[in-house]
Structures are given as structure tokens and as C-alpha cells.
Write a protein that binds this ligand. Structure first.
Ligand SMILES: Nc1ncnc2c1ncn2[C@@H]1O[C@H](COP(=O)(O)OP(=O)(O)O)[C@@H](O)[C@H]1O
Ligand code: SF4
Ligand SMILES: [Mg+2]
Length: 331
């Protein structure tokens, strides 16, 4: 994924967590949470990251915002080399990123009134005066579909969906360049999910927002994301235009993920029936060499267990994307 108009460019992002323990041979046990991930996000667009729980989605997003100690890689946010900043210089860039979390219940301080919750990010960044911040709070509440009077209430006085609206208002407060949405609707009822997703889409159209959108739900990704990165055990296995990938998934893991949702295309259905996912993903601790998906892949051969496949361009169904599989386009 590369683009001249990218607001965020990430190269070779790597996050390893040392467990402090050793394996039977005395080798340190290291969690390879993120292993050399690269991506661009175009201004005003949405990049999705999809994958099973524990594959490294949240760590990728947090590391891209410089919120993970010990992460390596290059991060460029709108021309600023974020990877090279520390201390106060990094703190001054913080307003450019905001996060919307999965669980609006735990991500909002229960003792803070809504007005103060939304005002805090602006105050922390010394944006505006107390008066302009108050006006902005009312404006933001209105934008997310809440009445300005609700600024005096506490989070527990709202429903789950309303609380997520408050989370969105708070994320918008500093006019960020990028909003990370980490499973923002996974904790909500399906009917409410649609309202929140539509609100996020409307806000994107109105304000030109850029989202990094994390989900384990292909339906949600298909609805929200212009581009998608499919993640498996710390690496991206397929990236590109969401519609192209949904219409003709090339990586065996993407096909397996898609086989879990109802499909209309009988050709794809027969393809995917051969790639049912079974069992849990293997451990991200000291992963074996070769393809990360080899242990669960129905097409794996010896080469897959020794040689790691790089992401490379593949055209399928007339549309290009990048795929990390030795046999992409052939199987
Ligand atoms: N602070 C941490 N210390 C050690 N391991 C971690 C830490 N944060 C995440 N991990 C591990 O890194 C892997 C990726 O986690 P995460 O990014 O949360 O995955 P996802 O968001 O896709 O569910 C998991 O194996 C998780 O247990
Ligand atoms: S490289 Fe081999 S194991 Fe990995 S996805 Fe492709 S066929 Fe399967
Ligand atoms: Mg996560």
C-alpha cells in the first residue's frame, strides 16, 4: 500500500515483547506481536486491519502512535518523522492521533462529567481558551448526535451507543490527523453497531477524517474500509482495495476468514470450502521460520515451512493487491 497522498506511512514496524522466560533450549521466549509491518493511509480514507484475537492489531496501531515502548520501524505522520521524536517533542504531536476504544464503559472516566471528558484532550494540548473549549464541547456533542445539555451528565447516565458517541466526540476534540478505531462497535448490540458505523462514516465525509479501523468482523470491515490489511500472527498476509479482496481473496487465510460469512459468489464459495479454519492460531512466541500460516494451511508444502513468503503484487479477478504466499494466484 503506497500512495503519494498518505497522511501516515509506516515501514517495518516491529514489536517484540520479551517474556523474561526461556524455552527448553535456553533461548529467550519472545512474543513476536508485530513483525515488519508496512502500510500507508491516504488522507480522508479508512484502512482496516482484520485478523483473529491476538494477531497483533492493537499493538500495530498503538506502536504506530508511539505508545509502545521498544517498538522499531519508521513512522511518518504528515511529513513529521514520529519515530525519531522523544519526550516533549513527541508529546506535542499527541493531539494529531486519537483513539476510539472497543469498550466505552471502561474507556471513559466514570467520575468525570461528559463536558470535562471531551474538553480534557484540548486542555492537555493548550488548545484554545476555556471559553472556546466550552463552545467546542457543545459543537462536538451536536456533531455526534447528543444534546449540548448532556455535558453535565456522567457516563453511567448514557446507553452503550451514546457512550461510544461521547468517545467519538472526545476523539474529534483536537482535530486529529488520524483516528484509530480499535474494535469500536464490537461491544455493542448489532442494531446500535449500524448507527455508530453510519455516524463514523458521516463524520468522515463531513470532516475528511482518516481512520485506522481495527476489527475481527469482515462484514464491518467491508462496510467501513477503503483498503484492508489482513493480519496473521504479527504479519500482514494480504493488503489492498477492500472490494477487490472481498470479491476475490487470494491468501488462503483471507479465504478462510471470508468463508465464515455468507457469500453470494458460488465460485468463491467452492474455493473457500477447501480452506476452513480449524484450531487456534499457533503461539506468537518464537514463531517457526517460513510462512506463519503453514500449520493451518491446506496448501502447505515443505518450502512453506522454511522460506517466509514476502508480500508481493498479485492480480486476481482483474484487480491488484499484495499477498504473502509462495503460491498466490496459483492456488
Ligand atoms: N504489553 C505486552 N506484553 C507482552 N505481550 C503483549 C503485550 N501486549 C500484547 N501482547 C501480546 O502480543 C500479541 C498481540 O496482541 P494484540 O496486539 O493485543 O492483538 P489483537 O489486538 O490482534 O487482539 C498477543 O500475543 C498478546 O498477548
Ligand atoms: S506460503 Fe504456503 S503455507 Fe503459506 S499460505 Fe501460501 S501455501 Fe499456505
Ligand atoms: Mg486488540
Amino acid at each position: 500500500m503506497t500512495d503519494g497522498d498518505a497522511i501516515l506511512r509506516v515501514r517495518d514496524l516491529t514489536v517484540h515483547f520479551d517474556t523474561g522466560t526461556r524455552d527448553a533450549e535456553g533461548k529467550p521466549r519472545v512474543v513476536h506481536a508485530v513483525d515488519g509491518v508496512s502500510f500507508d493511509i491516504r488522507r480522508g480514507s479508512t484502512l482496516g486491519i482484520i485478523g483473529e484475537s491476538g494477531c497483533g492489531k492493537s499493538t500495530t496501531a498503538l506502536a504506530a502512535m508511539r505508545l509502545v515502548a521498544g517498538a522499531r520501524g519508521r513512522i511518518d505522520l504528515g511529513g513529521v518523522d514520529l519515530g525519531g521524536l522523544e519526550g516533549e517533542a513527541l508529546r506535542r504531536q499527541r493531539h494529531r492521533f486519537q483513539i476510539i476504544f472497543q469498550d466505552p464503559y471502561s474507556s471513559l472516566n466514570p467520575r468525570q462529567r461528559v463536558g470535562s471528558l471531551i474538553r480534557t484532550p484540548m486542555a492537555l494540548q493548550d488548545q484554545g481558551t476555556p471559553e472556546t473549549r466550552d463552545r467546542r464541547v457543545d459543537e462536538l456533542l451536536d456533531l455526534v448526535g447528543l444534546r449540548p445539555e448532556t455535558r453535565h451528565l456522567f457516563p453511567h447516565q448514557f446507553s452503550g451507543g451514546q457512550r461510544q458517541r461521547i468517545g467519538i466526540a472526545r476523539a474529534l476534540a483536537t482535530n486529529p490527523d488520524l483516528i484509530v478505531c480499535d474494535e469500536p462497535v464490537s461491544a455493542l448490540d448489532v442494531a446500535i453497531q449500524a448507527q455508530i458505523l453510519n455516524l463514523m462514516k458521516d463524520l468522515q465525509a463531513e470532516l475528511g477524517l482518516t481512520y485506522l479501523f481495527i476489527s475481527h468482523d469482515m462484514g464491518v470491515i467491508g462496510y467501513m474500509c477503503h483498503e484492508v490489511a489482513v493480519m496473521y500472527l504479527g504479519v500482514f498476509v494480504e493488503t489492498g482495495d477492500t472490494r477487490a479482496i472481498l470479491a476475490a481473496p487470494a491468501h488462503p487465510y483471507t479465504r478462510a476468514l471470508l468463508s465464515a460469512i455468507p457469500r453470494v459468489d458460488p465460485v468463491n464459495r467452492s474455493l473457500m470450502a477447501a480452506t476452513r479454519l480449524s484450531g487456534d492460531p499457533p503461539s506468537p512466541v518464537n514463531p517457526a521460520p517460513g510462512c506463519r500460516f503453514a500449520a493451518r494451511c491446506p496448501h502447505a508444502v515443505d518450502r512453506c515451512r522454511t522460506e517466509r513468503p514476502a508480500l508481493r503484487p498479485v492480480t486476481l479477478g482483474g484487480m491488484e493487491r499484495s499477498v504473502a504466499c509462495h503460491f498466490a494466484g496459483e492456488i
